[in-house]
Design a protein around this ligand. Structure first.
Ligand code: MN
Ligand code: MN
Length: 314
């Protein structure tokens, strides 16, 4: 695609000034079409502990102002490879979870159009379910690469089936996930019982536990992830609490002993060449953030994902 419209020129408008879109990219309405869309889902009706992820999208946008056009780690200019645009936020019902899920599903389907890739900024992890439904419509069961401290394969909370701790159980029941190629990365922290792990394994999720990062070289872990995903269409769903609270304090259910942002960014760079079809980054809750630590981490996570997607030539 020629005539790509990139971020606002920082030599003309300082990075702290002007419109707040992700990485100061154009809005969707300001480009003829887009290959990759970043959009926000301000929604946190599904949380089980601290609320506040509804304020995530705009916090991540604000924290993304310093992102520059060239990514030396990947050796590419993502905004020169693909037209990337910010589609703003979708308004979903904060009082009716089922209505919110269905609104989000319809909006994701419309935005995807005939072949755009979506990077969705949450919002709590409930939103992964409708996003996976839309991926399934296009690709059939997708390999899910799930970065999280938590399994999110629980059955119900207080009898409620749709929560931020249950999206991958529901997705599995709906046949959305290719369990021969799906994987959790970063699992840690106390569980209700050993059964939690057993049930996730029984569904078919492989797992790289956080402790594995303390004991194995990063390249071995990246190779494990790549071998698991193979050449399948991969959907990346990334809960920012996969990072240690030192690197992401602004989240709803923090657990000690997590990944550093360097480790996480390296794993994402290691996805180069895989068939990534979409992604979400969820659970940024700015009220618990300090000095934009979490927002900056999330912005850089999205930047690396964008690079991998843009390099695919979408
Ligand atoms: Mn989590
Ligand atoms: Mn989660």
């Amino acid at each position: 695609m020629n005539d790509l419209k990139g971020p606002v020129d920082a030599s003309r408008v300082p990075r702290y000034a002007g419109d707040t879109t992700f990485a100061r990219l154009p809005r969707l309405g300001d480009v003829s079409d887009a290959d990759i869309i970043i959009w926000g889902v301000p929604f946190d009706t599904g949380v089980s502990y601290r609320p506040g992820a509804r304020f995530g999208p705009n916090h991540v946008r604000q924290s993304s102002r310093l992102l520059r056009p060239y990514n030396p780690a990947q050796g590419i200019e993502p905004f020169g490879r693909a037209q990337v645009a910010d589609a703003g936020d979708i308004g979903v019902n904060p009082f009716d979870l089922a209505d919110a899920i269905s609104t989000l599903e319809d909006a994701a389907r419309d935005l995807s159009g005939t072949g755009r890739s979506l990077i969705t900024v949450g919002g709590d992890h409930t939103i992964a379910l409708p996003l996976l439904r839309v991926q399934h419509e296009r690709h059939g069961p997708v390999a899910v690469l799930h970065f999280d401290a938590h399994l999110d394969t629980w059955d119900t909370y207080f009898g409620a089936p749709y929560t931020h701790g249950t999206p991958f159980r529901r997705a599995s029941e709906e046949g959305l996930v290719d369990f021969d190629h799906s994987m959790h990365v970063g699992i840690r922290g106390p569980l209700y019982s050993r059964l939690d792990l057993d049930e996730s394994e029984k569904l078919g999720f492989a797992a790289v536990h956080c402790r594995d990062f303390a004991r194995h070289p990063l390249d071995d872990i990246i190779n494990r992830v790549r071998a698991r995903l193979g050449d399948r269409p991969v959907y990346v769903t990334l809960d920012i609490d996969v990072l240690d609270p030192a690197f992401a304090p602004g989240t709803g259910t923090p657990e000690a002993g997590g990944l550093s942002s360097m480790q996480l960014l390296e794993v994402l760079r290691g996805l180069e060449g895989l068939n990534i079809v979409g992604a979400d980054v969820v659970e940024v809750a700015p009220a618990y953030d300090h000095a934009e630590i979490t927002g900056i981490a999330a912005a850089h996570v999205i930047y690396e994902l964008l690079g991998v997607l843009a390099a695919e030539g979408r």
